[in-house]
Design a protein around this ligand. Structure first.
Ligand code: CAA
Length: 392
């Protein structure tokens, strides 16, 4: 297989190469051998997630003073891609921790919140989650029903959230609730809630097609009281926070999709080189070789879009500009590439691709969610088209 020339591009610094190699070594040595077992059992991989924290992978962009590795977004996507190549579950836990939890606190938190709520999550001691979705509010996120009411120096939280990645294992959750429903999206506020707070419990575990060990659940709030100091940003700022954070989240998911696609691609090339039919290696037949060519082409195009989005985020750091369109394009293309490549991988493997004895069926199941969570492909298209046309 031809290594990507992208790896020699000048925007890769020694630091980028170092984290990419460290993530690759760790993922192949520690995660790949246990991925199928956890997929089968659905058991959350506490031990390896903890080790990822020790390696600095759980808060890559967070400054060292708040417990992170203080690297840039390209470093983050390079590491995430390697983890995803070994396992979809580990990579979504890493993505949510970095993008949806740590970035939100870093960008919108007070100094006290950064000291008290960010440090342990960025260092991987604890696990962070992000809770926006509700049973009746998914793509149309502004229609949430959960309510937070101010009562003196506290807020009282009530409602049911759903599809929360790491929900049952997270110690810290950024949750979005309506504080003034008349103001619609301008009446949404963000809060940080910690596990063990009375009135806050994980609900039903969501049974899933893929990323099975990633512990996804409902979160239930029943007169849950939290101090005003746990409000993230101002009252009414929640929707903006949710959307800003999702721009970063979508870059993470695009890297996850790319990593899963690469794993399926490499397995397919190896299989096409070994498997024989009609007296030839199957890779010698045009039917298979053209699939390989299309898979490779789409993967390399996706890689450029993922890196472009990461570089756009870094470039916008000091200007305050938005990189919403770059993130949406990367997420849309990488996730659809991942679904295409993993589907073709099963086809190349034939019956073996449908068997649990080979990993490609897991890659196929894991890739599908990248077209759904953190904004479906339809939502990404809507975001891109709105920004391009100015029409709604
Ligand atoms: N950054 C900053 N602000 C943004 C923004 C962004 N990316 N996108 C929108 N906004 C702002 C707008 O500027 C606007 O602000 P003003 O009112 O001040 O003008 C405000 O937000 C409302 O914007 P819209 O009118 O565009 O809002 P909308 O109701 O039409 O919805 C949407 C827009 C893009 C469809 C949004 O609802 C959306 O992204 N939906 C998908 C939700 C989603 O991705 N959910 C996944 C949850 S996480 C998850 O998957 C689980 C997990 O654990 C992994």
């Amino acid at each position: 297989m031809t290594p990507s020339i992208m790896q020699t591009f000048t925007y890769y610094t020694d630091e980028h190469k170092m984290i990419q190699q460290a993530a690759r070594d760790f993922a192949q040595k520690e995660i790949a051998p246990i991925a199928a077992e956890h997929d089968e059992s659905g058991e959350f991989p506490h031990e390896t997630i903890k080790k990822m924290g020790e390696m600095g992978f759980m808060g890559i962009e967070v400054p060292e003073k708040y417990g992170g590795a203080e690297m840039d977004t390209l470093a983050y996507v390079l590491a995430l891609e390697e983890i995803a190549k070994a396992d979809g579950t580990h990579s979504v836990v890493m993505s949510v921790n970095n993008s949806l939890f740590c970035y939100g606190i870093l960008e919108f938190g007070t100094e006290e919140q950064k000291q008290n709520q960010l440090r342990d999550v960025a260092s991987g001691e604890k696990i962070g989650a992000y809770s926006l979705t509700e049973p009746m509010s998914g793509s149309d996120a502004a229609t949430m029903q959960s309510r937070a009411t101010r009562d003196g120096s506290e807020y009282v939280l009530n409602g049911r959230k759903s599809w929360v990645t790491s929900g049952p294992v997270a110690t810290h959750v950024v949750v979005f609730m309506m504080t003034d429903s008349e103001k619609k999206h301008k009446g949404i506020t963000a809060f940080i809630v910690t596990a063990g707070t009375p009135g806050f419990t994980p609900g039903k575990i969501e049974p899933k097609l893929g990323i099975k060990a990633s512990a996804t659940s409902e979160l239930l709030f029943d007169n849950c009281r939290i101090p005003v100091e746990n409000r993230l940003g101002e009252e009414g700022e929640g929707f903006k926070i949710a959307m800003t954070v999702l721009d970063v989240g979508r870059i993470g998911i695009s890297a996850q999709a790319l990593g899963i696609a690469e794993a399926a691609y490499e397995a397919s090339v190896a299989y096409a080189q070994e498997r024989e039919a009609f007296g030839k290696k199957i890779g010698q037949f045009q039917g298979i070789s053209f699939k390989i060519a299309d898979m490779k082409t789409r993967i390399e195009a996706a890689r450029m879009l993922v890196h472009r989005a990461a570089l756009a985020k870094t470039a916008c750091k000091d200007t305050g500009e938005r990189y919403t369109i770059e993130a949406a394009i990367a997420k849309l293309y990488a996730s659809e590439t991942s679904r295409f490549v993993t589907n073709e991988a099963i086809q190349i493997h034939g019956g073996m691709g449908y068997s649990k004895e080979y990993p490609v069926e897991r890659y196929f199941r894991d890739s599908k969610i990248t077209e759904i969570y953190e904004g479906t492909s339809e939502i990404q298209r809507m975001v891109i088209a709105r920004l391009e046309t100015g029409l709604r």
